[in-house]
Design a protein around this ligand. Structure first.
Ligand code: SF4
Length: 429
């Protein structure tokens, strides 16, 4: 069986890719070329059927949003995690990842995957870590067993921290980080390497890893183990050392015909975001870039979805393609269903703001905003609600304090739009 990338390299495409091109508003041939070059990925496990909604991520495509759900050792409520996934998709998430670390991980993964029809991702090392009594006692097979299991189940993309190796760990030791490593997957692997005095199995056996992924046409999302966890650590040498390794691994993926995404930071001050994004794009030859936030301040606890959306907009402007949402619970607790909704909407606002200026998407995105402004001009509230990112919230706020004026109760009879329309009445004709 050929992977999508292998087909694209020959200038061919499966029938379903036409719908993807139409959804993105790009020519099919252009999409095929970008997939062949590795500048765009369309994650889709071969096991996924016709009900699946594939999404293209990368250059010229709409900026995409991912929502993470999943259990932790303190809260294992499968129904709630399924509800979070459904809510995330309802509010526009283009992908959902299951990051569960507790409970029956196979059952939870399958339940969440069945609940959504957008691309579904996992971080297999979390399940590998549960295969041994003590994390550092995992054997090398455990690293790959979970990858194989998830691929067989139909997972479309997987975060794998293959950029951690002895060289990057040495760089990390020399850096003067405040928070060290905040990537859960990265921490598991670094802990295992140091304890066992062995190379990261994902790095050492990368070709074998690619063989497993290739069999099911799973997209690899190369995890950013050294993503900075605070502004103090934002742009150190350890982070850039990992970027270089990730660039080398992207090249291997492309040679093998496996689609690859690259993950990035983290916590980054506004004026350093562009440098990070451009460096990653440069060393990976334009691989689709997937960022968590980045968060532009460390003090927004309770409002980190806003700090993340600000960073995502700036990162998108510099070339990031895929935004991992951040919820108001970030750094504090496992998110609730309501937190998931808030997080997705904040990330969607950032993604749309990027599309308003993004090559390939700008015109279509601007048309939506134009329609909204037209509806505002006409006081057409129903159209305004329909076009709003969160129609229910827009309607409920409007109804909560409705104005008798036909405008809204912010200015009522002194509505500026109405006053000037009246003043110009007849003069526009
Ligand atoms: S009342 Fe004020 S806020 Fe409301 S639509 Fe008119 S100008 Fe805008």
């Amino acid at each position: 069986m050929e992977t999508l990338m292998e087909m694209a390299k020959k200038g061919k495409a499966p029938e379903w890719l036409k719908d993807v091109a139409e959804y993105e508003g790009v020519e099919l041939n252009l999409l095929i070329k970008l997939i062949a070059k590795g500048e765009v990925v369309v994650p889709r496990n071969i096991k996924n059927d016709d009900g699946f909604k594939p999404r293209a991520i990368g250059r010229l495509m709409k900026t995409k949003v991912n929502a993470n759900v999943g259990t932790s050792i303190d809260y294992v409520n499968v129904d709630e995690e399924v509800e979070k996934a459904i809510v995330a998709q309802k509010y526009g998430a283009d992908a959902v990842m299951d990051l569960s670390t507790a409970g029956d991980l196979d059952y939870i993964r399958r339940r969440i995957m069945d609940a959504v029809d957008v691309p579904f991702g996992t971080v297999p090392i979390y399940q590998s870590a549960r295969m041994a009594k003590v994390v550092v006692d995992m054997d090398e097979d455990h690293f790959f067993k979970s990858v194989e299991k998830h691929a067989k189940d139909g997972v479309d993309f997987m975060t794998i921290h293959a950029g951690v190796n002895w060289t990057t760990v040495e760089r990390l030791k020399k850096s003067r980080r405040l928070l060290g490593v905040v990537s859960r997957g990265g921490a598991i692997i670094i802990g295992w390497m140091l304890h066992n005095e062995k190379e990261n199995p994902y790095y050492a056996n990368f070709d074998y890893l690619l063989e497993i992924l290739k069999e099911y046409d799973v997209t690899i999302s190369l995890g950013d183990a050294f993503r900075p966890g605070c502004l103090h650590d934002a742009s150190d040498r350890a982070k850039f050392a990992e970027f270089i390794v990730l660039g080398e691994l992207v090249e291997k993926c492309r040679e093998a015909g496996v689609q690859a995404i690259v993950e990035g930071p983290g916590h980054v001050p506004l004026d350093e975001i562009e440098t990070s994004v451009k460096a990653m794009k440069f060393v990976t030859k334009n691989a689709p870039l997937y960022l968590l936030g980045p968060l532009v301040t460390d003090i927004a606890a309770g409002y980190d979805h806003i700090a993340g959306a600000i960073g995502a907009a700036v990162a998108g402007m510099a070339g990031a393609d895929f935004i991992c949402y951040v919820t108001p619970s970030e750094h504090l607790a496992l998110p609730t269903v309501e937190d998931v909704k808030e997080g997705v909407i904040a990330a969607k606002i950032a993604a749309h703001a990027v599309d308003l200026i993004k090559e390939g998407q700008r015109e279509r995105a601007r048309q939506i905003d134009y329609m909204m402004s037209l509806a505002r001009k006409k006081f057409d509230w129903e159209t305004q609600f329909k076009l709003a990112i969160d129609p229910e919230k827009a309607r409920s706020i409007w109804e909560r304090r409705k104005s008798k004026s036909g405008a809204c109760s912010m200015c009522g009879d002194l509505c500026a739009i109405k006053l000037v329309q009246r003043a110009f009445e007849g003069k526009d004709d």
